[in-house]
Write a protein that binds this ligand. Sequence first.
Ligand code: CP3
Length: 343
Amino acid sequence: MTKILLETLRGNPGERVPFWFMRQAGRYLPEYREVRATTGSFMEFCYSPRKAAEVTLQPIRRYGMDGAILFADILVVPDALGQKVWFEAGHGPRLKAVNDEATYRALSTDTFHDRAGPVYETVSMLKSALPAEVTLLGFAGAPWTVATYMIEGSGSKDHAAARQLGYGNPDLFGRILDMLVDATSQYLIRQIDAGADAVQIFDSWSAALPEPAFDKWVIEPTKAIVEKVRAKHPETPIIGFPRLAGALLPKFVEATGVDAVSLDTGVPLSWAREQVQSKVCVQGNLDPHMVVAGGQPMVDEANRILDALKGGAHIFNLGHGFVPETPPEHVALLSDTIKQFRR
Ligand code: CP3
């Protein structure tokens, strides 16, 4: 059976547009909340292969997506480097900040794969459990986005601590990014070894950086990861997601060498067609809040996106992840709309 999502990533789109959704596993699904409630900490949940594999499969059973994304989190990488990571209800992620020589030196790649091992095990379990036509997607956070959490010690609005360290101590900041490039490349290679068909690199916070910083902190590390992963697995497509990169998106695509790029909700589609889809496969870009509202406006908007991008390689997705208040029945209507569309 053909994996139509994988074929589309390789630049061979067929009649039906493949789809998956960011955060397709998660709190909007009652069956996710049920499994989630059986484990205390979120990181421990990410390191429980049976449970992580189960929640990865839940949305596939319900909606028949063409892609299943490994259930884990971008903060597995700092955690496996030895940084303390935890989640606090109502606050999101918390980390013991890395922002000087001493906290940087406490990180180590020595036991990285031991710590991340359960994630590779989840991938192998999924490889044997998934229907043959479903593409298995691995993922990691991009070094810049992961560094914003590592340096700030939490999520933040403007990533002040990371920007200020990047400008004020480029040597230390550069070493943090280099360590992340190495660890993330190895992490993705192991996921592919274990059975991932393609991988996505999430750079959720690449918005509104000055161009020289975007070049050094977003493009260069991503390009280095693409080169390292491709040296080991030349056939595995790599999807980039420099969220809110705006006018720098075409440059990102050309300079990094990614096979596909995810478009955030704000990217105009006529522009994307000319500047991006002419070079690589695109993925996107329904506003996740449209799926909370649902109904005919959501169906019309999905069809507008499908129509606008039907001339080339397109994978239907959201512009960012589902929010917890998304009604599951709206996801069913959206999935049916996409399945019915023909290029
Ligand atoms: O279905 C999927 O998309 C696969 C699993 C996945 C999760 N996180 C599960 C998760 C993926 C791909 C991610 C990536 C991720 N994690 C990103 C990049 C994508 C993006 O959204 O921009 C980022 C920035 C993170 C960091 C992170 N993890 C945040 C900000 C949060 C939310 C904290 C909160 O309390 O709302 C998480 C936790 C998280 N990761 C949840 C899920 C389903 C929710 C927590 C829970 O279920 O208890």
